[in-house]
Design a protein around this ligand. Structure first.
Ligand code: F6P
Length: 345
């Protein structure tokens, strides 16, 4: 088969590991040939490609980012965009297209599948909020980075009797905030799923002071918002939106820190971890997960399981229809929210 590969949306650690696994299994076991489309759907729209061989895959397993580069281009925003994609795929003689991405990228994949393109999805995002799979690669690395940062902030917070508010990524779901907050021993964790009351946060900090702990760590997901209806619409960093309609989030950490400082009179600082969570080498877990997804995707292509995404459910790799993924978000479930309530005072 002649297979196309693309990586779309925000980058994350493990993309190169997935590309490498697809090329290796496809070359060694099926005699496939490969072409990469550059910068996600942009490369398909503009027919910008790169031949992919075992040579390109050499040494990329531990490397962050993506050798194919990425973008948030949405072909469906252009009147003939999806048709142009289909025609360019045909012109390149593509038998199957493997799209590695999150909800936005796989939403476009599903639209193209409905237009007759033989497409297969691979789930990635540090936010871990893709429907249908237990874990997306990139998430474990991001949690490791954030947990380490929280640990480091602990010692300086304690030394100075300060409160640190750590803003982590997580647009619609609090997976990174919950896992990194748990692993790093945060005193309060604020997630998009549960609008928060600043008074409750302040009470936690003040009662810690009464117990002799003069410092606190608050972890807040970028998409968290106050329950207060006036300020409850979420904090955005700018008014511009990307081609999928997402606003750029950012600023909730600073706002929470300001409120805490005002109300407690304790020196309170905000730290925004931002894209540090997305950069650099993948964890061993993400390398394995991305590799298994890559192997799963190429096997699916040869079984003709198009319009599907490789997924991990209860430790088993399976294929699920893209219609179960596209346009859906996986926020924290009841179990996770119960765990969150268990550790949040
Ligand atoms: O990929 C998901 C994500 O990391 C979100 O958590 C975050 O809101 C967004 O990407 C940031 O995207 P960009 O790098 O395009 O600003």
């Amino acid at each position: 088969m002649h297979i196309g590969i693309l990586t779309g949306g925000g980058d994350c650690p493990g993309l190169n590991a997935a590309i490498r696994a697809i090329i290796r299994k496809g070359t060694f076991h099926y005699n496939d040939t490969f072409v990469g489309f550059l910068e996600g759907w942009k490369g398909v729209l503009e027919n910008r490609t790169q031949k992919l061989t075992l040579e390109n895959a050499r040494g990329i397993l531990p490397v962050g980012g993506t050798i194919l580069r990425t973008s948030r281009t949405n072909p469906a925003k252009q009147s003939d965009g999806l048709t142009r994609c289909r025609l360019n795929l045909e012109a390149n003689g593509i038998d199957a297209l493997i799209a590695i991405g999150g909800d936005d990228t796989l939403g476009v994949a599903y639209k193209l599948y409905e237009l007759g393109v033989s497409v297969i999805g691979v789930p990635k995002t540090i936010d871990n909020d893709l429907a249908g799979t237990d874990y997306c690669f990139g998430f474990d690395t991001a949690v490791g980075i954030a947990a380490e940062a929280i640990g480091r902030l602990h010692s300086t917070a304690e030394a100075h009797n300060r409160v640190f508010v750590v803003e982590v990524m997580g647009r619609d779901a609090g997976w990174i905030a919950l896992y990194a907050g748990m692993a790093g021993g945060a005193d309060v964790i604020l997630v998009p799923e549960e609008p928060f009351n600043i008074e409750t946060v302040v009470n936690v900090i003040q009662s810690r002071v009464k117990r002799g702990s003069y410092f606190s760590i608050v972890v807040v997901a970028e998409g968290a918002r106050p329950a207060d209806p006036v300020h409850g619409s979420g904090i955005v960093a700018g008014i511009e939106r990307d081609e999928f309609g997402h606003a750029r989030l950012g600023g909730i950490g600073e706002q929470v820190a300001l409120e805490i400082g005002k109300r407690t009179k304790i020196d309170t600082r905000a730290t925004v971890l931002g894209h540090i969570q997305r950069g650099g080498t993948p964890s061993a877990f993400d390398r394995v997960l991305a590799t298994r997804y890559g192997i799963g995707a190429i096997d699916m292509a040869h079984r003709g399981e198009f319009g599907c995404m490789t997924a991990l459910r209860a430790n088993r790799f399976i294929a699920i229809p893209l219609c179960e993924v596209a346009g859906k978000n996986r926020t924290l479930g009841l179990d996770e929210l119960e765990a969150l309530r268990g550790i949040n005072p």
